[in-house]
Design a protein around this ligand. Structure first.
Ligand code: MSP
Length: 531
């Protein structure tokens, strides 16, 4: 991987009919962690998130409140944007589909598609899932008992005169693309689902809508129609970087999404891009390198629902942040979230357990032990590792192994495995201290040089672990860097700056004599309030 290589990661753009919840915060946090990791590696990163405004349910939600769709969209878009700022997201841009920069481009793309011969006018009748703004194929509708698989509401039979995109024409191209590049849809099980469904045959898809009450982007050349919200929305990934100083980011490296919107991203979107690619001026437009679809959070063992009262909404997330800190929430999302094909349970007991065992008793306690001993035995200055301590051998090597495992995991978006690799290093320090017992050794003055070596090596392991954990817990790791005399890392990474993971994870970078500060515990142990 070349350091200056551009890296482009996107999240879904979220509907603004309602406020953000754990699902939205989760996807954007995962993308943020990956973006930060890539910047830490020195790459030229563009990280995009934003909101999808032109859905019919935005019109409905606004009407219920006596507002215009734009007013309601403005209000919620602001809440999404502020929420992401509050949750520490480092996105480079925030796209709103009602912005002119987006609308103009989308109309240009649709016009180009019209000229491609891949768009025709026709009539469509089918089962419509209003919540998802999506037609469900007849066989699927039957399988779902004519209810939405997402929200359980009845599907409605609907007929429309529309413009259609010839998706059917791309069956072969999509299949061969997935065969040649299995990474294009991940995880593997999700790709297999997609491949199986493409093999069943592809129906052409509507790209226009009527009757959205003027809400949406006007269809070029036909004022009766608006561009179908999903086509409008998918184009956000392209409109945002379709400018001279940003085109280098295309094709996107990863479209991070969840399983609910896989079909649009893994099938319709690449086919639309293939069609556009053939038009003059759009040769640079190609499908993204990868669509990664994670699974869902459930809550306290059940599907989230407002009526069950287990909905992890903003208020609940803010409560977690106030109680445990933002970085603890980010760590929990990264280490326990539904990145694979299974859903994950957001349960308070599970959160507390991860917090106390991994962060309070693990990382926080380990960092305190090392800085406290340095304070007590060496006047708070990092001692040099002069003598050889036989027990130390495995630990320097542990760092090399952990860094390699961490990088492999991060490159595959396996944040849980990456976090585990970094935490292994923390555990290695704990077991090194248990084994050598420097707090006993120090009673024998002849052993002081051994203690010096042990503490130096422990501090080195903690420093390297802190570099690896920075994408997940940036604020806490920067605090730790201040204490370890590594504030230069913070400076390099400030304002979406770039780091140097290779150099910063090299063994032996800490300079002896560096003042090591103890400070308050990074992660104070959590005691649940007595009932
Ligand atoms: N607007 C469309 C996406 C257009 S992208 C071109 C949309 N919006 S949404 O508001 O419904 O957001 C869906 C996304 O939110 C999911 O794909 C996922 O990223 C996230 N999540 C929503 N609920 C979730 C969970 N319960 N768990 C994890 N993530 C989930 O669909």
């Amino acid at each position: 991987m070349s350091q200056t290589q551009p890296y482009y990661i996107t999240t879904p753009i979220y509907y603004v009919n309602d406020q953000p919840h754990i699902g939205h915060v989760y996807s954007t946090t995962v993308a943020d962690i990956v973006a930060r990791y890539r910047r830490l590696c020195g790459q030229d990163v563009f990280f995009l998130t934003g909101v999808d405004e032109h859905a019919a349910k935005v019109v409905d939600a606004a009407a219920q409140r006596g507002l215009s769709a734009q007013q309601w969209a403005d209000r919620n878009a602001e809440i999404f944007e502020q929420t992401f700022i509050r949750f520490g997201m480092s996105n480079n841009d925030f796209i709103r589909t009602s912005q002119d920069r987006h609308k103009t481009r989308v109309q240009q793309y649709v016009q180009a598609l019209m000229q491609s011969g891949d768009v025709y006018q026709g009539e469509y009748e089918g089962w419509y899932d209003a919540g998802q703004e999506e037609y469900v194929p007849d066989n699927k509708a039957k399988e779902y008992d004519y209810k939405s698989p997402i929200n359980g509401k009845p599907l409605v039979k609907r007929a429309e005169k529309n413009y259609f995109f010839r998706l059917s024409k791309y069956q072969h191209a999509l299949l061969s693309q997935l065969e040649e590049n299995p990474q294009a849809v991940q995880p593997d099980a999700r790709r297999n689902e997609v491949v199986a469904r493409i093999r069943e045959g592809l129906n052409d898809v509507p790209i226009s809508r009527t009757g959205a009450g003027g809400w949406g982007i006007a269809f070029p050349g036909d004022e009766q129609h608006a561009i179908y919200v999903w086509i409008d929305a998918l184009f956000n990934y392209l409109t945002t970087v379709d400018a001279d100083d940003r085109r280098r980011y295309w094709p996107a490296d990863v479209h991070l999404i969840a399983k609910d919107i896989l079909w649009f991203h893994a099938v319709i979107w690449p086919a639309v891009l293939m069609a556009l690619h053939q038009r003059p001026g759009y040769e640079w437009v190609r499908p993204a390198h990868q669509v990664y679809a994670h699974s869902f959070w459930i809550s306290e063992g059940q599907k989230m629902s407002k009526s069950l009262g287990n909905f992890v909404d903003l208020a609940k997330l803010d409560h977690y942040v106030a109680t445990f800190g933002l970085d603890a929430l980010r760590f929990f999302l990264a280490s326990s979230g539904p990145l694979g094909v299974n859903d994950s349970d957001f349960a308070e007991a599970r959160f507390i357990d991860v917090y106390n065992s991994e962060l309070a008793n693990g990382l926080g306690n380990c960092a305190s032990r090392v800085s406290n001993m340095t304070g007590r035995y060496f006047d708070g200055k990092l001692p040099a590792a002069i003598v050889h301590v036989p027990e130390s051998e495995p630990y320097a090597n542990a760092a090399t192994g952990c860094v390699a495992r961490y990088r492999q995991a991060m490159d595959k978006l396996q944040l849980d495995k990456a976090a585990a690799a970094a935490m292994e290093l923390v555990r290695a320090v704990d077991s090194y201290i248990e084994k050598t017992q420097p707090f006993k050794m120090i009673k024998d003055p002849a052993k002081k040089p051994d203690v010096a070596t042990i503490l130096y090596q422990c501090a080195e392991c903690i420093r390297i672990a802190s570099v690896l954990l920075w994408p997940i817990m940036p604020a806490k790791m920067e605090q730790l860097w201040d204490r370890l005399g590594c504030s230069s890392y913070t400076a390099a990474l400030a304002n979406r700056g770039r780091g140097d993971l290779d150099a910063w994870t090299q063994w032996g970078r800490l300079q002896p004599d560096t003042p090591i500060q103890s400070g308050d515990p990074l992660f104070p142990r959590y005691q649940p309030p007595k009932a």
